[in-house]
Write a protein that binds this ligand. Sequence first.
Ligand SMILES: [Zn+2]
Ligand SMILES: [Zn+2]
Length: 392
Amino acid sequence: MKEGKSGRKIPRKKDLDIDVIPADDSILMTEKSFLHSTPKKQKSVFDEENEEFNLPFEKENLDLTEKMDLSINASFSIEENYSFNHDDYLKIPDGETLLPGGWLTGGIIDKVILSLITAIDLDKNILYIDSINYLSLNKKRYGSIIQYLNQVQAFNKDMILVCINTDTERGEHWILGVIVFKDKQVILLDSMRQSKLQNDRRVAFINCLIIAFISAQVAKINLDINEWRCIYSVDAPQQENGYDCGLFVCLYAYSILKQQRFITVDSEKGRKWILNICLNSEDKYPEISNEMKLSRSGVENIINLINTLNFDRLRGGREMIESNIMQSLKKPIREWSYCDFESCSGDPNWSQAQNFCIVCRKWYHNLCDQNGLNADYFYCTKCLKESKNLIF
Ligand SMILES: [Zn+2]
Ligand SMILES: [Zn+2]
């Protein structure tokens, strides 16, 4: 799928090179029922009575699934048993840290999560902020991450995964941050909840809010951080030793990408799973467009805004503790099967292109909403008229 000058669009057959699979329960409907019902908002495909996420194309639609090349995904399965000899660990940078008891480096975590995204997130709706970008953010060096979030059009994504390192004098610890634009949530998945590093947690929330804020700013939207919730997950599986936080960050990302329950594996098995990914994978950073470089003054304006934001309000009650986090992450990511235009006259099937409005985060047929602004991002007619958060 190309994300070019005109914002995010519906993935088309030719782009994906696979059969297009309807996004939701619509595959269970007949052609006829579409004709006699108005398109409606897609229902959640999460069946609360089932523990497993009941994604239609994993279950009912196996014949289509088989046509996708699942060989890449299969090789990353946590269910497999991998065996390696000592030399295999030396074939990748920092590979020896994967031996029992080693502390995983950011380089390895970045390689694993980027590889999983490349293999599983075929729609490219999830962005990853790697350990290096997070480090500069944590040191309040915002320039490069502002350029990066602009070039990858981060606000067109559904979700951002953030590789957080607490990096304090009390020691380094890996946490996975999850930014969900539609729900206005930052979620922390921490495998050492007992450590009581309250301030580290607070800094991690603030850094994720800053990433969300910058993503919106470069898309010409003023994001109100008062509307955002910071959620500390109390159902993320916990490490049982002092060194496996990096492994757990990879496992959290795997569960989110696969839309599965959180899983735990024993340390040795998990480390072999990681080595297998590092040895056999393709990790790709998203393509970036150099045309989208911001001017120095544009970057400075955003830095000034960040410095004037009052993130201290986080101290009082904005942070929540929740369990059942995976359930809130299980919302269907593909929401482009219906058009949200009030008087949609389009085809509810797959023949017409749609645009994704980054303000209301809904999809509209090109033909239905012809007065939206179709620039680097798409802004629908309604939001152009009504939204107070646009900054142009
Ligand atoms: Zn329409
Ligand atoms: Zn809109």
